[in-house]
Ligand binder design. Structure first.
Ligand code: 5AD
Length: 366
């Protein structure tokens, strides 16, 4: 394990078998992997944890992804937060010193919905501007696949980051998870559009999906690097009631959880100077899930600022933790010996190395 971890420091092109061995590491080997990931994180992005206030803006969705609890056909009450609720959340984030917000929702590719988000973004930027953050809170969007003009309008309104998960880089596995109308290539093209518009661009996958192998996960990580992605958010697959995958056969919870942690660590070792979020899905499998994600190489946390009455309907999967709120987040992060980056955007370093063509401290441009 030590030789393998040392080799990873010096190679610019790790192989799938190398990454598979790391993803399979458990016990002592697992601890060595974790320590290497934290050393890599500290060296390339520091040990500060950046906070983003997450608002789940709407659970309306036109897509029917087989795994997702807010798919169009799921029998769940639909909501959209009001502009007032969004502004209240923004002011609360600002008061608490959060440098950024994430606005996430189901996919609604209508111009009317994009207008609503653009107006909200403009208003948030303007009303949270201060001496410390002259152009207001940083804003990340996560609204699914939209057209180039729609992405451009959202960027022009002031959003500067966008998250769009590919779910898996394996086209056949992707096809087994989605209706025919969706394809992996459409997600990849959308990521390209986002990068060309100028967004700091994030993606991610689910781990522990039925039919997913460690080789596929290793290829997911190599895909993040190849796409020159700036941010990654990943989490274990959790079966969701009222979906075609409600009774899917999955690995036992603790194995899925550990695989989620290993994915974070190996992604850190391969992609180095990106931001990695520790996600809610980890907390659904373990009460300390999100802190453990940070201890395996993640450097971003996204506590929920969604109004509680609406949050209960953002049911991506069963047993989604509702407690992952704002109270005590800073203190909890400090108990694991990490600093919290308040009043700062906490942009991914990789974005800047990508822009000036170095493609990361170590990776040459491909
Ligand atoms: N289990 C885990 N993650 C899920 N997501 C959606 N449904 C599930 C589920 N059942 C994730 C997907 C999606 C993101 C918004 O939530 O990766 O991109």
């Amino acid at each position: 394990m030590k030789t393998l971890l040392d080799a990873l420091h010096t190679t610019d092109s790790p192989s799938v078998p190398q990454l598979v061995r790391l993803l399979a590491a458990r016990n002592d080997d697992g601890n060595m992997l974790r320590d290497a990931a934290i050393a890599c994180m500290t060296r390339h992005v520091g040990d500060t944890v950046f906070l983003r206030g997450l608002v789940e803006v709407s659970n309306r969705c036109v897509q029917n992804c087989h795994y997702c609890g807010i798919r169009a056909d799921a029998p769940v009450s639909r909501y959209r937060v009001t502009e007032d609720e969004l502004m209240q959340a923004a002011h609360q984030c600002n008061r608490l010193g959060y440098g950024s917000m994430v606005l996430q929702s189901g996919e609604m590719p209508s111009d009317g919905y994009v207008d609503f988000i653009c107006r909200a973004v403009e208003k948030i930027k303007k009303s949270t501007a201060s001496d410390i953050l002259p152009s207001g809170l940083g804003i990340t969007l996560s609204l699914g696949v939209l057209s180039q003009p729609q992405y451009q309008r959202l960027f022009d309104a002031g959003a500067h980051r966008y998250l769009l998960r590919i779910e898996t880089s394996d086209a056949r596995l992707f096809a087994s998870l989605h209706p025919k109308a969706q394809s992996l290539s459409a997600r990849l093209e959308a990521l390209e559009r986002l990068q060309s518009v100028g967004f700091q661009t994030g993606t991610g996958v689910m781990t522990g999906l039925p039919g997913q192998t460690l080789e596929m996960l290793a290829n997911d990580i190599l895909t993040f690097r190849k796409l020159n992605i700036d941010m990654v958010g990943m989490g274990p697959f959790l079966p969701s009631d009222n979906t075609p995958m409600a009774n899917a056969r999955v690995l036992p919870a603790m194995e899925r959880f550990q695989l989620g942690l290993n994915m974070i660590a190996v992604t850190r070792l391969v992609c180095r100077d990106i931001n990695i979020a520790s996600t809610t899905a980890l907390e659904a499998l373990h009460p300390q899930g999100r802190l453990l994600g940070l201890q395996w190489g993640a450097n971003v946390a996204m506590p929920s600022f969604t109004p509680e009455k609406k949050r209960i309907f953002y049911t991506l999967y069963n047993d989604k933790p509702m407690s992952a709120t704002v109270d005590g987040v800073v203190a909890a992060i400090e108990t694991i010996g990490r600093k919290v980056g308040l009043n700062a955007y906490g942009d991914p370093r990789h974005f800047f190395s990508r822009l000036n063509g170095t493609g990361g401290e170590k990776w040459g441009t491909e």
